[in-house]
Design a protein around this ligand. Structure first.
Ligand code: IMP
Length: 428
C-alpha cells in the first residue's frame, strides 16, 4: 500500500471497533518507518499474533513488534501512565525493545485515577449505560476540553501540578459522592504515583508532529493508527453510545499534529461481518443461537474487558457512512475465514424506516433502533480459506461475497485477512 507517492496512510476501523486493526497495522508496519496512535487510550485492545506468540496492546501502537519502527503516541491520545509503564515492561520482558523506540507527545493528556473512578461511578449511576471500558477515557477527554487536564509536559514541574490535582480531586470526590460511590481520589497518592512515572514519560517526550514531518521529508513512511471504530466517533458515530474522541481520519491530523494535506491514503478495516461491544444501536444484530454461533466461531470477546461482543451481519449502510466520513480510499476485510462454514450469508444493503428507504445513516438512536435492514442473501462457500494467499485461490462464492462488499461500500478492497497469523493475508 505504501509507495513513492503514498507515504502517509491513516488506518481506521470502519465499524464499531475490534475490526482487526492490530493485525492490519502489523502487516503495514513492515513497510513503515513510523507508526503513530492519534486518539483513544487504554480502552483499545489490539491483538497481534507473531508465530506462536500473541500480544495484546492497549496503548502502544501495533507497529511495536517490528524492531526498526519508531512508535509514537500523539497529542490526541489520552495516556494512563501506569498502564503505559506496564505495557513497556511487558514488551521488554518478552524481548521487544520498545523503550528506546517510543516517543510520547508533550501535549498528550493524562488519564489519572480520578478519571477511572468517575468513569465507573457515572456508568453505574446512568439510567441507560454506555457500556464504557471504565478506563477513564470520557472523564479524561472531558477535563481536556474543559481546560482542566494534566499533560505530559506538565510533569516537568510537578510542584506546579499539585494545585490542579488538588482541585480535580476535590471536584471528582464531589461527583463521586453525588453518584453514590464510596470511592475517593487521593491527591497525595496521585502525586506520589506521578513522581514515580514522570522520569520515564519525560525521557520519551517529543514533538510528535515535527518527528513525522521530518521523517516524511526525508523519504520515510508513516502509518497513523486509529483505535476503536468510525461508528464510535464522538461526532459521526451512534451518539451517545460512542467513545469520547474523533476516531475517524480527520482526527488523525489533529491527533498527531500534522496538516491533513500530508495524508495520502485512508485504509478502512472492516470485519466480514459486524460486531459491537457495549450498548447502543446495531441494526443488523443477530440474536439467540445464531449470535452465539458467530461469537464462538469468531472468538468475539473483548480484548480489553473480556466482554462478549454482539455479532451481526455485514452492514453496508454502516460501511458506506464510514467511507464517506473518512474519505476511505481502500478497505481491508478481516476474518473472512470465520464465515467458511456458513451455507448462506446475509448482507445489509439499505435501511427502511417507516416503510421508506433511508438515503443515509440516521443520526438518532431511536431511528437506528427502528430501522429495518434490507438484506441480500448470498450463498456461502463451505470451504476453508485459511491457506489462501491469492485472490484466485479463494472459493468463487467468497470472491462474490467480497465483490458485493466492495460495490455496496463503494470502496475497493486491498487486503483480505483469512486468519490471525501475520502471513494469513491476501493482497489485491
Ligand atoms: P469508552 O471508550 O471506554 O468510553 O467506551 C465507550 C464505548 O466505546 C463503549 O461502547 C465501549 O465498549 C466502546 N469501545 C471503547 N474502546 C473500544 C475498542 O477498542 N473496541 C471496541 N469498542 C470499544
Amino acid at each position: 500500500m505504501f509507495s513513492e507517492s503514498t507515504r502517509c496512510i491513516v488506518l481506521v476501523g470502519a465499524q464499531w471497533g475490534d475490526e482487526g486493526k492490530g493485525k492490519i497495522t502489523d502487516v503495514l508496519a513492515e513497510q513503515a518507518t513510523i507508526v503513530a496512535r492519534y486518539q483513544g487510550g487504554a480502552n483499545a485492545g489490539h491483538t497481534v499474533e507473531v508465530g506462536d506468540e500473541q500480544f495484546i496492546l492497549h496503548l502502544i501502537p501495533s507497529g511495536a513488534l517490528y524492531p526498526t519502527v519508531r512508535c509514537l503516541l500523539g497529542n490526541g491520545v489520552v495516556i494512563d501512565p501506569w498502564t503505559l509503564a506496564e505495557e513497556v515492561e511487558m514488551l521488554e520482558g518478552r524481548g521487544i525493545d520498545i523503550a528506546r523506540r517510543l516517543g510520547i507527545s508533550w501535549r498528550a493528556h493524562l488519564v489519572l485515577p480520578y478519571h477511572k473512578l468517575l468513569d465507573g461511578a457515572s456508568e453505574s449511576s446512568r439510567g441507560v449505560q454506555i457500556g464504557t471500558t471504565r478506563r477513564g477515557i470520557g472523564p479524561a477527554y472531558r477535563d481536556k476540553v474543559a481546560r482542566a487536564g494534566i499533560r505530559v509536559c506538565d510533569l516537568a514541574d510537578l510542584s506546579a501540578v499539585r494545585s490542579t490535582i488538588d482541585d480535580r480531586c476535590a471536584w471528582a470526590n464531589n461527583r463521586l459522592s453525588a453518584f453514590g460511590s464510596a470511592e475517593r481520589a487521593n491527591a497525595t497518592e496521585i502525586m506520589d504515583g506521578l513522581e514515580a512515572v514522570a522520569p520515564g514519560l519525560l525521557a520519551n517526550a517529543v514533538e510528535v508532529g515535527d518527528e513525522i514531518r521530518v521523517e516524511l521529508d526525508s523519504g520515510g513512511r508513516a502509518l497513523l493508527e486509529g483505535a476503536q471504530g468510525s461508528l464510535l466517533d464522538v461526532d459521526h458515530g451512534t451518539y451517545p453510545f460512542v467513545t469520547s474522541s474523533n476516531t475517524t481520519a480527520g482526527g488523525a491530523a489533529v491527533g498527531v499534529g500534522i496538516g491533513p494535506t500530508l495524508i495520502d491514503d485512508v485504509l478502512g478495516v472492516v470485519k466480514a461481518y459486524t460486531t459491537r461491544v457495549g450498548n447502543g444501536p446495531l441494526p443488523t444484530e443477530l440474536e439467540g443461537e445464531a449470535a452465539e454461533h458467530l461469537r464462538v466461531l469468531g472468538g468475539e470477546y473483548g480484548a480489553t474487558t473480556g466482554r462478549p461482543r454482539r455479532p451481526g451481519w455485514f452492514d453496508g449502510v454502516v460501511v458506506r457512512h464510514a467511507a464517506a466520513v473518512n474519505g476511505l480510499t481502500a478497505l481491508a476485510v478481516t476474518k473472512l475465514d470465520v464465515l467458511d462454514t456458513f451455507d448462506e450469508l446475509r448482507l445489509g444493503v439499505a435501511y427502511e424506516l417507516e416503510d421508506a428507504e433511508q438515503s443515509g445513516f440516521p443520526p438518532r438512536t431511536e431511528q437506528l433502533d427502528s430501522v429495518r435492514p434490507v438484506y441480500e442473501t448470498l450463498p456461502g462457500w463451505n470451504a476453508s480459506t485459511t491457506d489462501c494467499r491469492k485472490i484466485e485461490a479463494l472459493p468463487e462464492n467468497a470472491r462474490a461475497y467480497l465483490s458485493r462488499i466492495e460495490s455496496v461500500s463503494g470502496v475497493p478492497i486491498r487486503y483480505v485477512s483469512v486468519g490471525s497469523g501475520r502471513t494469513q493475508i491476501v493482497t489485491l
